[in-house]
Design a protein around this ligand. Structure first.
Ligand code: PAF
Length: 288
């Protein structure tokens, strides 16, 4: 879509100038603005973020931008699903009033000599940061750009990308960014699989294998509830849940506040997993 278009009460804006003008008008009316940053291919997980934003704010802007700087050279940038028309419906029916869908050139007019936000190594050299080098530089950079373009009062992120959420909160704290970051719970389908745009790549058989990832996490929770605390002992039992074809990239236990790896489970432990199922990389987590 090249220029601003309306579909009933939703506006799609493609340029920074258009969105800034719209935001200026809303701010003049003292509207509280909520931003839901996304890469599109919206599912019920995004819908829940938009709904939450609509409850908390007067106007909800959803950004839809497949951000190239957060994809590594061998990742799925080109095949990442793009479906603006369907996404518009999700935005509209959950209470958003504006979609900001810029082109790559609008956000990165020159890909040379770009100033990046570099989150601390301490937060990057764990979990997804280990296999996705530079990923969080790309995420933090684009999120800060969106914050500077839209100046939202609040921004809504899913807990599924727990490391991303922690890094964005840290960026806001360290750089005095006046945006309230709202963490929203993971949404799962009936079989327990955490919703993700990448689930669309799974075959029926792949999906059946994938649900053993959440079974593993819930088994850990169950074992903790029965009094088991040792990571080693818990994993000895819980790992049996995982389908044998699944390639585990990491399964880490971290304290949610210090982001330190731990061996004894306690309250506020993030248990995060990344795994590949038939070449589809999936992540999931629970918080004890
Ligand atoms: O979580 C996502 O979809 C992306 O990482 C985000 C936050 C929209 C930045 O591109």
């Amino acid at each position: 879509m090249d220029s601003s278009q309306t579909s009933k009460n939703i506006i799609v804006l493609n340029t920074i100038e258009q969105v800034r003008k719209q935001v200026k008008n809303l701010k003049l009316q003292n509207k509280i603005i909520g931003l839901v940053p996304t890469m599109g291919a919206l599912h019920d997980g995004h819908a829940s973020l938009i709904k939450k934003a609509a409850q908390e704010c007067d106007e909800v802007i959803v950004s839809i931008f497949v951000n190239p700087t957060q994809f590594g050279p061998n990742e799925d940038l080109d095949k990442y699903p793009r479906q603006l028309n369907q996404d518009m419906e999700v935005c509209k029916s959950n209470g958003a009033s504006i979609i900001f869908a810029p082109s790559v050139n609008e956000i990165y007019p020159s890909d040379e000599h770009l100033t990046y936000v570099v989150p601390p190594e301490y937060y990057q050299n764990k979990l997804c940061g280990l296999s996705r080098k530079g990923h969080f530089n790309g995420v933090a950079t684009v999120v800060l750009k969106l914050f500077n373009i839209i100046c939202p009062d609040q921004a809504f992120f899913g807990l599924k990308d727990a490391q991303q959420l922690i890094i964005i909160k840290k960026m806001c704290k360290d750089l005095d960014i006046p945006v309230k970051i709202v963490a929203c719970p993971i949404i799962r389908s009936n079989d327990g699989l955490a919703l993700s745009s990448r689930n669309a790549y799974l075959t029926r058989a792949g999906r059946a294998k994938s649900i053993t990832i959440n079974k593993l996490l819930f088994k850990i929770q169950e074992l903790y509830n029965t009094g088991l605390k040792s990571k080693e002992k818990i994993l000895e039992i819980a790992l049996k849940e995982l389908n044998e074809d699944i390639k585990l990239e990491y399964l880490e236990f971290l304290n949610l506040n210090s982001f330190k790896k731990i061996d004894l489970l306690e309250k506020n432990t993030l248990i995060a997993v990344a795994a590949t199922v038939d070449n589809v990389r999936l992540i999931d987590n629970i918080i004890i």
